[in-house]
Write a protein that binds this ligand. Structure first.
Ligand SMILES: NC(=O)c1ccc[n+]([C@@H]2O[C@H](COP(=O)([O-])OP(=O)(O)OC[C@H]3O[C@@H](n4cnc5c(N)ncnc54)[C@H](OP(=O)(O)O)[C@@H]3O)[C@@H](O)[C@H]2O)c1
Length: 330
């Protein structure tokens, strides 16, 4: 069925400025890492993308390698653009990345100019887009000079193939260096995409300060710790949940079992706040002023709806924050 976006799509979402740039992002953005690949149901992904946009989620995040198979999430986005979102291109922020293994040989991963620009061309073709809004270096390359990777990002903008550039998982020192080079090139670094959630707090050790100083926004990935900070695993490990997937193993049953005691206590605290754990976990990452957007994944429209309702109760008392710290320290 053809898609007409909801007329109320801008009524409930809050948009926040990305660092000191001119670009605002929704407080919650949708990632295509899981559940939008060639092995997943197209109609389920389509329903989630439509619902997200209807609720003001104007940002979809991709990468060259999302799938499986690698590249297929971008193909899905291409189909979605063609079938549903073509009239809304100027209302959408679409990002992609290059950095991880994508094709055989020495030019298929990391941060060379050769790889970065070839990868972006491939991504645009798969998505059927003339440009992406944000093009990222997906990970720092320990061997390629930082100047080379950053100049490839700058070239992408000058070629009209990206509007803004970003970096992902760069350390505070690498971020400072990248920001300085990009500024000299005349293409400021818009955004950093690090992991951040209650179980993974590395950004608090320097990165957020650097982002403040440099005027760079943060869009934090896996804010739900891949589903652990939800009610998904409270009563065992359901069939089909991320911790059971074998094509790509980024979350194991052991991870879940190790954290289950804390998850249960955090869940009880969320209930006291009148919230689901997933909603508290999203409000918790968004409490940091440097965090522009929480970049979630979802495997159903119901999960997406749950997560977007986090914005109804974003504030924490000092006592609640202390209780969370105490649970996490146990
Ligand atoms: N830059 C990078 O290196 C990098 C790395 C990883 C991710 N990312 C980006 O970040 C995005 C989000 O990452 P993520 O998927 O790990 O984020 P996440 O939001 O922490 O986890 C999403 C998963 O949690 C479960 N979930 C979500 N909402 C739920 C709810 N309300 N109730 C119960 N379970 C719920 C679902 O798992 P089930 O499948 O079990 O239902 C869902 O697939 C990715 O799509 C990608 O765009 C970037």
């Amino acid at each position: 069925m053809s898609y007409l976006a909801s007329e109320t799509r801008y009524d409930s979402m809050t948009y926040k400025r990305t660092g000191s740039s001119g670009l605002k992002l929704p407080l919650i953005s949708l990632g295509f890492w899981y559940n939008f690949g060639g092995l997943d149901s197209f109609e389920n992904g389509r329903a989630m993308a439509r619902r997200a946009f209807d609720l003001g989620v104007t940002h979809f995040d991709l990468a060259n390698n999302y799938g499986p198979p690698p590249g297929s999430a971008e193909e899905t986005l291409g189909q979605l653009m063609k079938k549903d979102f073509h009239p809304y291109r100027d209302e959408l922020i679409i990002s992609t990345k290059a950095g991880y293994d994508m094709w055989p040989g020495p030019y298929g991963e990391w941060g060379s100019r050769k790889y970065m620009l070839a990868s972006l061309d491939q991504s645009l073709k798969r998505m059927g887009l003339e440009y992406v809004d944000i093009f990222y270096s997906h990970r720092p390359d320990p061997e390629t000079p930082m100047e080379e990777t950053m100049s490839a990002l700058d070239t992408a903008v000058r070629q009209g193939k990206a509007l803004y550039v970003g970096i992902s998982s760069y350390s505070p020192e690498q971020t400072q260096e990248a920001a300085q080079i990009l500024r000299q090139l005349g293409t400021p670094c818009l955004i950093h995409q690090p992991s951040y959630n209650m179980f993974d707090r590395w950004v608090e050790n320097g990165l957020l300060d650097v982002l403040d100083q440099e005027g760079i926004g943060a869009i934090v990935f896996s804010p739900l710790a891949q589903g652990q900070l939800t009610d998904r695993y409270l009563n065992g490990i359901p069939q089909g949940a991320r911790a059971t997937k074998t094509e790509r193993v980024w979350l194991t049953k052991e991870d879940v079992n190790r954290n289950l005691g804390k998850i249960r206590k955090l869940n009880a605290l969320a209930q006291k706040r009148g919230q689901k754990l997933s909603q508290m976990a999203l409000a918790w990452v968004l409490r940091k002023p440097q965090v522009t957007s929480a970049l979630i994944g979802a495997s159903s429209v119901a999960q997406l709806d749950d997560n977007l309702a986090a914005l109804n109760n974003p504030a924490f008392s000092a006592d609640e924050l202390n209780q969370i710290e105490a649970i996490l320290k146990e």
